[in-house]
Design a protein around this ligand. Structure first.
Ligand SMILES: C[S@@+](CC[C@H](N)C(=O)[O-])C[C@H]1O[C@@H](n2cnc3c(N)ncnc32)[C@H](O)[C@@H]1O
Length: 252
């Protein structure tokens, strides 16, 4: 049973602002993702999986665009899942599962998803696990179903420019954090720990993610395209690109 969070809209807003400081074009990638869902959906309500969905960012935007969608959100973080549950209510099925385990999909209520969507999350998994996850995701899709992963995925053809773009973005972000324009990742979690309802869940989170964040592994977009082809998707490519980030898409 999820706790009652009276100020959930404010937490969602502060999560979005915190994330946008790292991903200024965050909404663009979500729009591209949902355009792709719209392109592959049939006449029935789309069945969507929000993978490592956190507070429900993708689920909320998907339900806004496709109010009849059947949404499943999976994540491991008890604090973010509580915010997702409080925001989504009975409009989505919330599942706690660890994507680093090969049996994670057993916790899902369905198979045959029209789309599996994920953002800024799979860089938490090491290479061998992500390579194994891609075919698992393919198997969860209906034939013709769509997978989209938006994440840090540099363009391998632009190593020097990418380095400079990242350095500029870091300067800009640090200035905003220093001026208090927006919370950093660690400040956001510190703030959440001051909230009486979220505090026990944040403490549970510390036990699940003892380093606060998994070691980041951000291979270039070509790595993802090769891994998706190897996973048996029929069509694979780049749906969206912005600076050092991209969204790769694949059809089963
Ligand atoms: C930066 S957040 C992004 C959340 C959401 N997709 C968004 O864009 O706001 C990364 C998410 O990945 C989840 N995550 C990381 N490793 C995971 C794992 N092994 N199993 C399930 N979820 C995981 C985290 O709990 C967190 O919610």
């Amino acid at each position: 049973m999820s706790p009652y969070i009276s100020n959930v809209a404010a937490w969602q807003e502060s999560w979005d602002r915190q994330q946008e400081a790292y991903l200024p074009d965050r909404e663009h990638r979500f729009a591209a993702m949902l355009d792709a869902v719209d392109a592959v959906r049939g006449d029935t309500p789309p069945r969507l999986l929000d993978l490592a969905g956190g507070t429900g960012t993708i689920s909320l935007r998907a339900l806004h665009r496709f109010p009849d969608a059947e949404v499943t959100l999976v994540d491991l973080d008890p604090a973010l899942l509580a915010l997702a549950a409080a925001s989504l209510g009975d409009r989505a099925t919330i599942v706690t599962a660890d994507l680093s385990r090969p049996d994670w999909a057993e916790a899902l209520p369905h198979r045959g998803y029209d789309a599996v969507l994920t953002a800024t999350a799979l860089h938490w998994l090491p290479a061998d696990r992500l390579s194994a996850l891609y075919p698992e995701l393919r198997d969860l899709l209906r034939p013709g179903g769509l997978f989209v992963n938006a994440d840090h995925m540099p363009d391998d053809g632009l190593p020097e420019l990418t380095k400079r773009l990242l350095a500029r973005a870091e300067e800009h972000r640090s200035a905003r954090h220093a001026a208090g324009a927006v919370l950093s990742w660690s400040q956001w979690w510190h703030q959440a720990e001051q909230d009486p309802t979220l505090a026990p869940l944040v403490r549970q989170r510390h036990a699940i993610y003892p380093t606060g964040h998994s070691p980041e592994w951000t291979p270039p977009v070509s790595w993802h395209l090769t891994a998706l082809r190897d996973a048996g998707f029929t069509e694979v490519g780049t749906l969206w690109r912005g600076a050092a980030d991209a969204a790769v898409a694949a059809l089963r």
